[in-house]
Design a protein around this ligand. Structure first.
Ligand code: TA6
Length: 313
C-alpha cells in the first residue's frame, strides 16, 4: 500500500456506498460515508470502536444512518419547516479536491475534504445557494477533528439562516454508569417539555430515563465519563455554543425502527450545536464550526472519576 493510501483511501462500504478510510500510523482509524459525509467509525490505537452505530442502521438513501456522526444542516431537529435535521445527512457529498486554505495546517496526513452544494431539488425546499466544506482529520494521537465551513453563495443578495449540529453518537458501556461533566447548572431547552427553558440542578448529568435537552451557552470543553470502560471522551468545540444531550431510553427506542430495543444502553449523543441563536450569513460570508473529540483514560479516585483532572487539562 502506498503511503498516501495508507492514510486516506476510498473504498466501497455497505450496499456499495463509497466510504473514505482514514488511518494514522499508530493504529487509529476513521470511516466516513460520502452519503451524508457521515462518520460511521472512529477507532483508537487498539482498534476499539468509539462511536455507536446501530446494528439495525440502514445504509440506503434517503434514510440517514443511525449512529456515528450525522451532520444536521440547514436545520437542527424540527426547528424549522424542513424535514427533521435538514438534508445534509442524506445527500451524497463530493471530495473537495481544491479547498481554500486553512489558516493553520495540520501535521496529520490522514484527512479528507468534502463538499456539498445544493441540487436543483434542494433549492426548491431551501432556496439558498451555499458551499458547505467539511474537513475531517484524524490526528496523530487518534483525535477526530471536524471543521465545517459554510458560505453563502447567493447571487440574489439575500442572506440565509440555519441551525447546525454534529449529532455524535458516542459508544458507552452502560448508559446508567455514565456522567457528563461541563453542563451542570446551565440553562437548557427540554425537547420533552415543549422546548421549555429550565436550569440544570445538581452536580453532574447522569441517566435514568429518556433525555432530550439543548444546553445553552455551554463551555468549549465537555467530558463524558464512562466508569465501566475507565474511559473519558473529551469534546472541544468552537463556533458551536449549544450542546444537545440525547438518549431515547427504552420506550422511545422501541419506536425507532432502525434502533434495537436495548441498544439505547450503549449510546449517548452529546452534540456540539448552534440551535438557540440561528446563524445568519450574508452573501459572501462564511461561518465556521469545529468539533474535536478525543479520549483519555480515567481512573477511579475514591470511588469516583475526577472530572476536574479531565476538564482542567
Ligand atoms: O438530537 C436529538 C434529536 O433531535 C432527538 O429529538 C431525536 O429525535 C434524535 O435527534 C434523533 O433524530 P433522528 O431524526 O435521527 O431520528
Amino acid at each position: 500500500m502506498s503511503i498516501e493510501k495508507l492514510h486516506v483511501e476510498v473504498v466501497k462500504g455497505i450496499n456499495g456506498l463509497d466510504k473514505v478510510v482514514l488511518r494514522e500510523s499508530r493504529g487509529s482509524s476513521a470511516e466516513i460515508y460520502m452519503y451524508g459525509a457521515h462518520v460511521t467509525s472512529w477507532k483508537n490505537d487498539n482498534g476499539e470502536e468509539l462511536l455507536f452505530v446501530s446494528n439495525k442502521a440502514i445504509f440506503k438513501p434517503p434514510k440517514a444512518i443511525r449512529g456515528g456522526i450525522p451532520i444536521c444542516f440547514p436545520q437542527f431537529s424540527s426547528h424549522g419547516s424542513l424535514d427533521q435535521h435538514g438534508f445534509a445527512r442524506n445527500r451524497v457529498w463530493s471530495i473537495d479536491s481544491d479547498p481554500p486554505p486553512f489558516p493553520t495546517s495540520s501535521a496529520s496526513k490522514a484527512f479528507v475534504d468534502l463538499i456539498l452544494k445544493p441540487s436543483e431539488d434542494d433549492l426548491k425546499i431551501w432556496p439558498h445557494s451555499f458551499e458547505f466544506r467539511l474537513r475531517i482529520t484524524l490526528g496523530p494521537g487518534g483525535d477526530l477533528m471536524m471543521t465545517s465551513r459554510i458560505r453563502n453563495t447567493n447571487t440574489d443578495g439575500k442572506p440565509f439562516t440555519f441551525t447546525f449540529a454534529y449529532h455524535t453518537y458516542f459508544s458507552v458501556s452502560d448508559i446508567s454508569e455514565v456522567r457528563v461533566e461541563g453542563l451542570e447548572t446551565l440553562d437548557y431547552l427540554d425537547n420533552l417539555q415543549n422546548k421549555e427553558r429550565f436550569t440544570e440542578q445538581g452536580d453532574a448529568i447522569t441517566f435514568e430515563s429518556e433525555v432530550d435537552k439543548i444546553y445553552l451557552s455551554t463551555p468549549t470543553k465537555i467530558a463524558i465519563l464512562d466508569h465501566e470502560k475507565k474511559r473519558t471522551y473529551v469534546i472541544r468545540k468552537d463556533g458551536l455554543p449549544d450542546a444537545v444531550v440525547w438518549n431515547p431510553w427504552d420506550k422511545r427506542a422501541k419506536a425507532i425502527v432502525d434502533l434495537g430495543d436495548d441498544e439505547y444502553k450503549h449510546m449517548l449523543c452529546v452534540e456540539a450545536a448552534a440551535v438557540e441563536k440561528p446563524i445568519t450569513l450574508k452573501p459572501g460570508e462564511e461561518w465556521r464550526g469545529r468539533q474535536e473529540i478525543s479520549t483519555v483514560p480515567s481512573s477511579y479516585c475514591s470511588g469516583q472519576l475526577d472530572p476536574r483532572k479531565v476538564l482542567g487539562s
